[in-house]
Design a protein around this ligand. Structure first.
Ligand SMILES: Nc1ncnc2c1ncn2[C@@H]1O[C@H](COP(=O)(O)OP(=O)(O)OP(=O)(O)O)[C@@H](O)[C@H]1O
Ligand SMILES: [Mg+2]
Length: 274
């Protein structure tokens, strides 16, 4: 497989720079990632402005989850650079590279700034909903119990679940658990939120509950990158849509550009797959 991304990526002229003021919040340049001999990301470039909602679409196995996981260093990548607010927050390292203590601390710091919500909610079952959300502010941000409680109360109210704060997570529905997971990610006051198919384990009613929360976050100006297989939602919520294929950004533009003009053949195929 060739190492280089195509020279020119179909990109719509943007009528909007997002909801924000056009300031680039997240910038990814030439990100490459391999698992052993298998190159999964072949040079991903993407800029996201403050307040922008970007959805990422693409066929199974094209590297969407891997891309998000690289952004908050759940996966180390081999080449390229990621910037937040113009500051380099991570860069590619050769395979087998052992991070220094300082680099590990920097990675930890980065993860606070990039919130992530997964398909599976990964709440701690032995802790109440409240404790799940207080944990990050307490242990990672070093907040006092009172401050962590106040943060958790605010975030659980935001996702409409404060009344569930004394409950065990497993007594909640899947949609409710996912909203707690969103509250938990928000409790770290991240610069950007990443969602990896956050609703694909949910039924349609619970999916709508979660989408409502995501829409509210978008209205509040949260910068978000969302991988989703829900095309209606993607079309509705996106400022821009990215189509990934073969480990690169194959096309990027407004949802109308991607869904209606279908600038690369892969999109046509992807959207027809039913
Ligand atoms: N830990 C791993 N070790 C080896 N290969 C992996 C690993 N994680 C992902 N891959 C491979 O990387 C490729 C991209 O996977 P990834 O999960 O990022 O795709 P995706 O676009 O999120 O797919 P889907 O739509 O099915 O979620 C796949 O071929 C997958 O098998
Ligand atoms: Mg995936």
């Amino acid at each position: 497989m060739p190492d280089e991304a195509p020279a020119k990526i179909p990109t719509a002229k943007l009528p909007t720079e997002g909801n924000g003021n056009g300031i680039v919040l997240l910038e990814v340049q030439g990100l490459k990632k391999s698992f052993g001999p298998k190159q999964v990301l072949r040079g991903v470039d993407l800029s996201v402005t403050r307040g922008e909602v970007v959805t990422i679409l693409g066929p199974n196995g094209c590297g969407k989850s891997t891309f998000l996981r690289c952004l908050n260093l759940l996966e180390q990548y081999q080449d390229g650079v990621v910037k937040l607010k113009g500051e380099v927050v991570s860069r590619g390292r050769p395979e087998g590279y052992h991070s220094s203590r300082v680099e590990c601390a920097e990675a930890e710091h980065l993860r606070r700034r990039v919130g992530m919500v997964f398909q599976r909610f990964n709440l701690f079952p032995h802790m109440t909903v409240l404790k799940n959300v207080m944990l990050g502010p307490r242990q990672v941000l070093g907040k006092s119990p009172q401050d962590a409680y106040a943060i958790a109360e605010r975030m659980l109210n935001k996702v409409g679940l404060w009344e569930k704060h004394p409950c065990d997570p497993l007594t909640l529905s899947g949609g409710q658990q996912q909203r707690v997971a969103i509250a938990r990610a928000l409790s770290m006051n991240p610069d950007v939120m990443l969602f990896d198919e956050a609703t694909s384990a949910l039924d349609p009613v619970m999916t709508q509950e979660v989408f409502r929360v995501v829409r509210e976050l978008a209205a509040e100006g949260m910068t978000m990158l969302l991988v989703t297989h829900d095309m209606d939602f993607a079309r509705d919520i996106s400022d821009r849509t990215v189509f990934m294929e073969g480990g690169i950004v194959a096309a990027v533009g407004t949802p109308e550009y991607i869904f209606d003009q279908r600038p690369v053949p892969g999109i046509q195929k992807f959207l027809q797959r039913g």
